[in-house]
Write a protein that binds this ligand. Sequence first.
Ligand code: EPZ
Length: 431
Amino acid sequence: MDRIRIVGGRNLNGTIPISGAKNATLPLMIASLLTEQTLILDNVPRLADVALLERILGNHGVDIMVSGKRSGETADHGQTLHISASRIVDTTAPYELVSKMRASFWVLAPLVARMGEARVSMPGGCAIGTRPVDLLIMAIAQLGAEIEIESGYVVARAPHGLRGAEIVFPKVTVGGTHTAMMAASLARGTTVIENAAREPEVADVADCLNKMGARISGAGSKQIVIEGVAKLDGARHAVLPDRIETGTYAMATAMAGGDVLLQNARPELLQAALDVLVRTGVTVTPTNQGIRIARNGVSHGLAPVDVTTAPFPEFPTDLQAQLMALMTRARGTSHITETIFENRFMHVGELTRLGARIHLDGERATIEGVPQLKGAPVMATDLRASVSLVIAALAAEGETIVNRVYHLDRGFERLEEKLGRCGAAIERLSG
Ligand code: EPZ
């Protein structure tokens, strides 16, 4: 079980290349099931979740070829995947795979839209919550599929194809919006999605589907309109930069102090988070190469903030743990309210081991800034919680060992290399 060792107290200076977005890559790979032709994806990050989804798609008969490095290409360039679902040999997504990577449940939409049937394991819960999929099932049913739940599997049938519908989501759901959009692309007639998720990854997937011949308008807004088409073709699409990785390294720089260029980052993908960082006293400068983050000297320290997570374009839940780590060193008391997931404070206990003072009251956390954190062995519990421990460790006195870093590898490509190149004392301990 790999661990990461960090000795705190070093500033971060230099450039961090931002990889392609994990939460766009996963649905984009799944969209390949909608066509018999080849979908080429550029700027794909090298992540454990991507590798696992490659295995899951292989189970359905999808061939995936990874392009070799082109001349002059470094590891900072994303990989290119050639994904061909010319023949789908199995429309079942088994529990042992879906339970490892929840987003694989999203294969339900393209399988039932293209094959007229799908048998997909319910993903079950995870560390941050029960993660129900009732709204994803509702969307497929409203598009005309017959749904049965059989021993933990969702069995969907649409032997005569799907038909357009008006789908109104009672709450914003990213997975539900992806599901409805992909299924509706091949439905007969028009589908209108109301209260759609506005996350940039939804717009990125819509952009790719349109390149494949879909007719989608309004992605990125609350209302998405899809004119179904008979079939989709192959296309080539570059994954947009990862806004959560961008926000994470911005907060790491704010915590450690220093001056870092987040290369290829795009401010409009995380403006609410950047606005919060400015309120803490960090300098945020968009440039034509990305976003420059600077906090020099600890003299003026970090100002406390009050933040509530909410769907895009508000402050993202996937940056909540990282902001909490940053606020452990603020000059005063901050409040963070988590409104998306019911159990997304697993990092609090571990941050407390580093000397943080955090009080929980239901979905609201009160963080009383302390002058100094002290290194200690800590345990990662889920993807974003684990990186909040890295952020805290960068400013903690002495050595911190982060255990169970496989959580980190799911969503952060070459984290210790990217931070190490900017001066952090960080190394991976294998075994
Ligand atoms: C996506 O998960 C992301 N995952 C999550 O990122 C992210 O935290 C989340 O959206 C919110 O932005 C991927 O894109 C792969 P939701 P998703 O459906 O689609 C409830 C990370 O760290 N809900 O938007 O599963 C749900 O319980 C991950 O990269 C239902 O009630 O999230 C939650 O309270 C973590 N019924 C809320 O909606 C449903 O059928 C939002 O969930 C579906 C969701």
